[in-house]
Design a protein around this ligand. Structure first.
Ligand code: 5GP
Length: 190
């Protein structure tokens, strides 16, 4: 059986990765989503085992020591990691799986899975990104500043990705992501 494709989605904080992904996964059933582990405290409404596996630092580093992550990274002062088992099992079952991870994580995944498909979600402009972070209102001033500073660095990483999607219109961004996933499934060779 053909192995599934690993799709990696990155983009600066506030660009709308979560929104685009939720919209995609809602009625597109041909792809699985990899739930990350994090030491970040849960935001209001976030559910353990659905949005993230919320772990203590001790639990997180236990998983690191046991080699249970494909990649892990410190992002905006918290740790995030992709659990290995579910990703590997899904790919072996011939199903596609999407990871929503930061650029450092994507760099590490590239070492192990060079054949994966790397997609970068861009804001229409930097000021729009700032506006979205303000509107989301989930971060305090200091965290927001840090996320914006990191975003400028993250945008430089675009050259290492296979595809870019500009998240101007949500429906259009979702359609483009879906088109990429479908096209990659039809690809003869990489
Ligand atoms: P947030 O705290 O807003 O949910 O996520 C912050 C950043 O961490 C985002 O850029 C997101 O893509 C990234 N992230 C989420 N899960 C993972 C993961 O498993 N590994 C890595 N490297 N980054 C992640």
């Amino acid at each position: 059986m053909k192995r599934g494709n690993l799709i990696v989605l990155s983009g600066p904080s506030g660009v709308g990765k979560g929104t685009v992904l939720r919209r995609l996964l809602k009625d597109y059933k041909d792809i699985e989503y990899s739930i990350s582990a994090t030491t970040r405290p849960g935001r209001k409404g976030e559910i353990h085992g659905k949005d993230y596996f919320f772990l203590s630092e001790e639990e997180f580093f236990q998983m690191v020591d046991n080699n249970q992550f494909i990649e892990w990274a410190k992002v905006h002062n918290n740790y995030y990691g992709t659990p290995r088992e579910y990703v590997e099992k899904t790919l072996q079952d011939g199903r596609d799986i999407i990871l929503e991870i930061d650029i450092q994580g994507a760099r590490k995944v590239r070492e192990t899975y060079p054949e994966a498909v790397y997609v970068f979600l861009l804001p229409p402009s930097f000021s729009e990104l700032e506006k979205r972070l303000n509107k989301r209102g989930t971060e305090d001033e200091k965290t927001k500043e840090l996320r914006l500073k990191n975003a400028r660095e993250e945008l430089k990483e675009l050259v290492n990705y296979d595809y870019q999607i500009i998240n101007e219109d949500l429906e259009e961004a979702v359609e483009q992501l879906k088109a990429i996933i479908v096209a990659e499934r039809c690809r003869v060779k990489k």
